[in-house]
Design a protein around this ligand. Sequence first.
Ligand code: ADP
Ligand code: ZN
Ligand code: ZN
Length: 792
Amino acid sequence: MIAKVIVDVNSKRVDKLFDYSVPEHLESDIVPGQRVVVPFGPRKIQGYVIAVTDNADYDKLKPIIAIQDFIPELTPELIDLSEWMSYSHVSKRIAVLDAMLPNAVKGKYKKIFRLIDNETMPQELTQYFKEAILTLERAQQLEIVPLIKPYIEAGDVVEDIEVSQKYQKKTFVGVKLKYTNVDEIISQLRSETQIRAIELIHDAGELTLIELKEEGISNAVVNNLVQKGFLEKINIETTRDPYAHKIFFEDKEKVLHEEQQAAYNAVMASINNNQSETFLLHGITGSGKTEVYLQLIKEVLDKGQDAIVLVPEIALTPQMVYRFKSRFGDEVAVLHSGLSNGERYDEWRKIKMGEARVSVGARSSIFAPFKNIGIIIIDEEHETTYKQEDYPRYHAREIAEWRAQYHHCPLVLGSATPSLESYARAEKGVYTKLEMLTRANKSAMPEMIVSNMRDELMSGNRSMFSNVLHDKIQEKIDKGEQVVLFLNRRGHAQFMLCRDCGHVPMCPNCDISLTYHKYTDELKCHYCGHKEPPVNTCPSCESEHIREMGVGTQKVEEIIYQTFQNVKVIRMDNDTTRKKGAHERLLEQFKNGEANILLGTQMIAKGLDFPNITLVGVLNADTMLNLPDFRASEKTFQLITQVAGRAGRSDKLGEVVIQTYNPEHYAIQHAVNYDYKAFFKEEMEYRRLGKYPPYFYMIYLNMQHYNLKTVLTESKHIHDILVQHLSPKAYILGPAPSPIARINNQHRFQVLIKFKSEPELLKALNYLDDHYHELFVKDKFSLHIDINPYMM
Ligand code: ADP
Ligand code: ZN
Ligand code: ZN
């Protein structure tokens, strides 16, 4: 027996399948999709079994050392998908396979043998079990794996545990601060990592060593801090079912209203015919999309099939999860980054073992290893978080389409503000368009008021609140109603600026301004981590009028307390939600009326459904418009619509105040009028003129090297190869310096391709990827290829 294996090495052409012989004792167990340990040169490394055959392409094969997951993590479908993805997304197959599995299921040498009963075991074996537990690694070294196997099968002598100990335990070793005064501790530390560790632990209250490791803090660093007396080791109990302590009230099915019923019927037809069809469900916020999803999933489960639901990470609020849990109970597995490794492992395992049949999760849960999918749903399909920005750079929608075709099932894309790409496809008939344009509970859409901040300035109002917003906030507070204030942080960096000469402190390694961090009182580079103290006088003109620009949520919170009476604010941003469960706790507090203002960033834009919110204020609606991004208008339109959807979800009328310096901009105008179609039309014209998606596809190539001359030469070479392979109809722009022309002293150039249809393109890109992989290994020249890029 021969196993064809994709191995985890980065030093060779890695997409080749390597042949290994299967030792006799593993023959009955080996199947494709398993992770295995194999010899590779002098090393032992991990790999994935892609196929099991009886003919080898080579002789003198080395044997597989061990199988890591007896029940394979990957299904045959996912193995096929990885092949397609590696070509269509120009990625190494090993990287694709790795991206499919949560890290939690990929520990090293996970197998452990535990002795249950040593009475019946031969003497020579028990000696190996002195410590009662034997790791696979040691069992390999001692070459006793074949000897133990019969006992494992008998089941009463040796227990075979698939996971590393780390995930078996319910308590984890963790640390907390020994003293409450962090500043005091930090002042005594020198190493950056130590300071970061202290900051993290302070923010979170307590952290496990595993969590710290995930943040790049090693045990050595922690131990050192324990020795110095700053930290205390503790045991941290973790519940493995993240929702175990929750009670879910049964959520009754609602009688669908007319628009819901029509949407439901259309998708049901496709479910019943086992037909892969993509639907775009354009439904305004509150139109009852989620109720439609729930009822469709129920039918799919009744047919004995599984369902995948994707929601953006930030929409994975407890509220959303509750709706699925209360309808389908334990059949729901939830996958998102807020889970601990152990929890994620357990949720994944529930899917793999067929215990859960619905997964609700963020982007990467599109790879959930279901075997019989009956429906895939992507809620808020326009969200950019569905695009993975790291290698392999895939979009969950593309993967969903592939899987829906494989399983002959429908794919439903839902949104109040569909991406232009999807809406254009629906207009062309590639997707089936379904519309829900009224609110399910008949409540009126909130009234939108635009505050022109230029006028406010001219009339002498220098505060961050327009007069209208100011008065309305106080009015709601006095009435005992609740307010949501939204601060748009995108395109809103906090940098230092000299008011006299315009000097901005820049990173010495990267062509980017340094960001001011109040908590540590430092200027930091977000790209390379460079730090320096803030300056009091301008290094360029010696003026003292140099200070931080742009306000953060912390500053806004201060201002709110100074401006309003009887106010209590809950602030939600990256700082206040870092601790596990904090997001949930803050929302719970707000729901219970413990504050009258919820102030937050992007993360509060969706998912909130609280009846007492009657006013939403968008403090800076237009900061994003100035970003050099062809989607800037689209994102602005989406954001205003989403945020406005938080107001007046019940019988109380909601109001929304939009503060902007560009009140006449079409994105703002159409959002305020709730007119998606008018926005679509106007934005499409702009895209057509600019040759942007959805009229053209785009590919972004980024070249980096420390030597400017090398990067320039190679970029030109890449450009020439593309010209040779593509038709004259494709636009090949560049090579040109990237907007940030240098990061961490690596010079960066880019080439942008715009095209409609180029049959040879993927071939050319894969050729370039292979070719430059070698140059990467030799000389660290790197080429990134991004298909349908979102960030450039
Ligand atoms: P969306 O996902 O489109 O924003 P939801 O599904 O959250 O909308 O529905 C908005 C509100 O209307 C929710 O409180 C939901 O319980 C309620 N709702 C949905 N469908 C119905 C219906 N058919 N009858 C009554 N209430 C409904
Ligand atoms: Zn100056
Ligand atoms: Zn830098």
